[in-house]
Design a protein around this ligand. Structure first.
Ligand code: NAD
Length: 258
């Protein structure tokens, strides 16, 4: 079904675990050339790469802290040096940083949350833009930018997560501008907006708490990272979504219906 992803060059930020790692695996299985990115070198990197490279594609690791704008540029350069261009960018890096209610928010925390969730996606996309444009022109189809939003981008977020929710809503919004001004470059911009997924993101909750929260969703449970991965393949594949841009696909088990 995703035959056109074979050989595609895919950069996925924040992908050493959770939703990002499941996406790396899915693209590798589809025969893509993928860069897994993280702030730090994972302890089990060699074994992880050996496993990922046995799936049918080609996977490398590129270290970069994408909350640092200079590092976003360096990451894109390193990717292009390795693979010769970019067909698909997935802005997945993100997180709460910490839970802080309004009275506790200071400039340092504001910067940390927005740098990680908003500015990182903007800067990596900015640096990737000429390469995505060149790839689209070269292969006569479209390149794809997929950003990861959140249910919190609609609801405002849970306790202490207001700034995080706002940073994700910012992404949901700025994508509209990118669509308006860069569709002519052959680039599609879409967003995957997860609900509540069982990853390190929820490491502050024990299993009973997760089960109790999950039981309140129509699907009755948290999502699993591999259940989000196919949506990235869909938006990356020109054959599947060549006429789809500017959309947000909600993967949330019915938790929220915008
Ligand atoms: P996770 O914490 O398991 O993974 C986050 C990944 O981002 C890790 O690989 C980490 O190394 C990387 N990362 C963090 N800071 C980074 C930085 N500065 N530079 C580079 N990489 C960095 O979380 P996850 O649940 O897999 O989250 C993936 C995305 O999904 C995030 O954008 C998150 O906001 C979003 N999301 C998650 C949920 C959920 O319930 N899990 C819900 C909505 C949205």
């Amino acid at each position: 079904m995703f035959d056109d992803l074979k050989g595609k060059r895919v950069l996925i930020t924040g992908s050493t675990q959770g939703i990002g790692l499941a996406a790396v695996e899915a693209f590798a299985r589809a025969g893509a050339k993928v860069a897994m990115n993280g702030r730090r070198i994972p302890a089990d990197l060699e074994a992880t790469l050996a496993r990922l490279n046995g799936l049918g594609g080609e996977v490398v690791f590129l270290q970069a802290d994408v909350s640092d704008s200079a590092a976003c540029g360096t990451l894109v350069e390193a990717f292009v040096e390795r693979f010769g261009g970019i067909d698909v960018l997935i802005n997945n890096a993100g997180g709460l940083v910490a839970r802080k209610p309004l009275p506790e928010i200071d400039d340092e925390f504001f910067d940390a949350v927005t740098d990680l969730n908003s500015r990182s996606a903007l800067m990596v996309t900015k640096h990737a833009l000429p390469h995505l444009k060149a790839a689209a022109a070269q292969n006569g189809t479209t390149s794809s930018v997929i950003s990861v939003g959140s249910v919190a981008g609609y609801t405002g977020g849970g306790p202490g997560a207001g700034l995080y929710g706002a940073a994700k809503a910012w992404l949901h919004n700025i994508q509209k501008n990118w669509v308006a001004f860069h569709t002519k470059d052959g680039i599609r911009f879409n967003m995957v907006s997860p609900g509540t997924f069982d990853t390190a993101f929820h490491a502050d909750k024990d299993e009973d708490t997760k089960a109790r929260i999950g039981s309140g969703f129509p699907m009755g449970r948290f999502g699993r990272p591999e259940e989000c991965a196919p949506t990235f393949l869909f938006f990356a594949s020109h054959a599947c979504s060549g006429y789809i841009t500017g959309q947000v696909l909600d993967v949330n088990g019915g938790q929220y219906m915008p």
